[in-house]
Design a protein around this ligand. Structure first.
Ligand SMILES: [Zn+2]
Length: 177
């Protein structure tokens, strides 16, 4: 019962925060439309280069990484130490080490999660339409292991790509240059 009392307020906080975040900036955000990217969409019965059993994933990841990467969880906003890091380096998938983002594509979105306006290599991230929580969002996944990373929105910096990759810090490892 205690767990439920914890989960419900967390959920409400997270949900209202996602909505609040969408209202920021001058960009017009259409939550009913999938964000257009150059990434490939996940295929039906997609297979991934990195294959592990569920038990192996649980063993190789910590509990929070497993919840996010393998169960499509979301970390609480403003909790990732990676959010405020702007050192030069590469952000790799915490599940398989796939190189996903560069420090050069990182920006401060104020949303509470590490944010990027571009991926290091379009091919290393795939997308999937996510209709949970009454919204249509574009989920981003690691193309090598299928790990859930976060979502991509169309309210990123207009002088760059216009995209905002909103990524769970726990799904990433930072390798400093
Ligand atoms: Zn991966």
């Amino acid at each position: 019962m205690k767990k439920i009392f914890f989960i419900i307020p967390s959920f409400i906080f997270l949900f209202t925060h996602i909505i609040a975040c969408k209202g920021q900036g001058n960009a017009k955000i259409d939550t009913a439309m999938q964000t257009q990217t150059h990434h490939q969409e996940i295929k039906k019965n997609q297979t991934f280069e990195v294959q592990k059993t569920d038990a192996d994933w649980q063993q190789s990841l910590d509990a929070e990484q497993y919840r996010i990467l393998r169960q499509k969880g979301t970390e609480r906003p403003f909790t990732s130490p990676l959010e405020d890091i702007y050192d030069g380096g590469t952000y790799v998938c915490a599940g398989c080490g796939n190189q996903l983002f560069s420090s050069e594509g990182k920006f401060n979105s104020g949303c509470g999660w590490p944010s990027f306006y571009e991926a290091l290599d379009q091919k290393q991230i795939i997308t999937q339409t996510d209709n949970t929580f009454g919204m249509t969002r574009t989920e981003i996944l690691c193309a090598k292991c299928g790990g859930h990373l976060g979502h991509v929105f169309n309210d990123g910096p207009k002088d760059k790509s216009g995209l905002r990759y909103c990524v769970n810090g726990k799904s990433l490892n930072f390798i400093k240059k």
